[in-house]
Design a protein. Structure first.
Length: 244
């Protein structure tokens, strides 16, 4: 009985030691992925020293000799603080979330790919004036400078969340920034849903006074004088039950 008890004590002690070592290893790897705000980093693509100063709320303030240098520093700072969010938003705009999360995000990817957000972002880069393109390219270079630092100094995965998903990190491109801007514009706008709701209510009611009572117009000038929606689509079912 004493021998069994001794082995139980040894096993318990071994499990405790392994647990402590495991937690210490996880903490070490996660902490390596966190940025060192006091570090001095040598990067390519800037004309002079760029200083990133964070205030008590950890908000970065970027100082440089040129706008290009400042945008480079902004990209570097964003990659320090928001790398996981940036990579996930880029995947969302590209319709590639399901490569990471599987079936739960297939509908999101399908919807975003129908909108063709990323291809439009690539076209938008070509349409920018030289100043804007220079800013986008400098920002992308700043993001990539942080990725290069992570790889060169073995700074974990760049963000603690990255350890959960073993996905490769592609270099940042100017189109990525515009794609995220377009995606955020879509996410922050409820105009599409409101217009669809108003159109379906117009079909169901066919009474402008009743429609205005349920969905009143914004007060003041500026409301477009459009024909009734029901008149634009004759023959469409007027009942919600008949609309897919």
């Amino acid at each position: 009985m004493a021998v069994v008890f001794q082995w139980l004590v040894r096993l318990t002690a071994a499990l405790i030691v392994l647990s402590v070592l495991g937690v210490a290893m996880i903490y070490y790897l996660a902490s390596r992925s966190l940025p060192d705000y006091d570090a001095e980093v040598s990067v390519l693509g800037i004309s002079n020293t760029v200083e990133i100063v964070r205030d008590n709320a950890n908000v970065p303030h970027i100082f440089g000799d040129t706008d290009t240098d400042v945008f480079h520093g902004l990209g570097f700072a964003h990659a320090q603080d928001r790398l996981w969010q940036m990579m996930m938003q880029r995947r969302t705009a590209q319709g590639r979330l399901s490569e990471v999360f599987g079936m739960p995000t297939v509908d999101i990817d399908s919807f975003v790919r129908r909108l063709d957000i990323y291809r439009l972002a690539v076209q938008s880069v070509e349409a920018q004036d030289p100043t804007t393109r220079a800013a986008l390219e400098a920002y992308a270079a700043g993001v990539n400078a942080r990725l290069d630092q992570i790889n060169a100094e073995a700074l974990g995965r760049g963000a603690p969340e990255m350890f959960l998903f073993k996905t490769a990190l592609a270099p940042w491109r100017p189109a990525d920034s515009l794609a995220i801007a377009k995606l955020m514009g879509l996410q922050l706008s409820s105009h599409m849903n409101e217009e669809i709701l108003r159109a379906r209510m117009s079909l169901a009611l066919d009474d402008p006074a009743r429609l205005a009572d349920i969905l009143p117009d914004v007060p003041g000038p500026g409301v477009a004088n459009l024909p009734k929606y029901a008149a634009l689509v004759p023959g469409v079912p007027r009942s919600f039950a008949d609309i897919d």
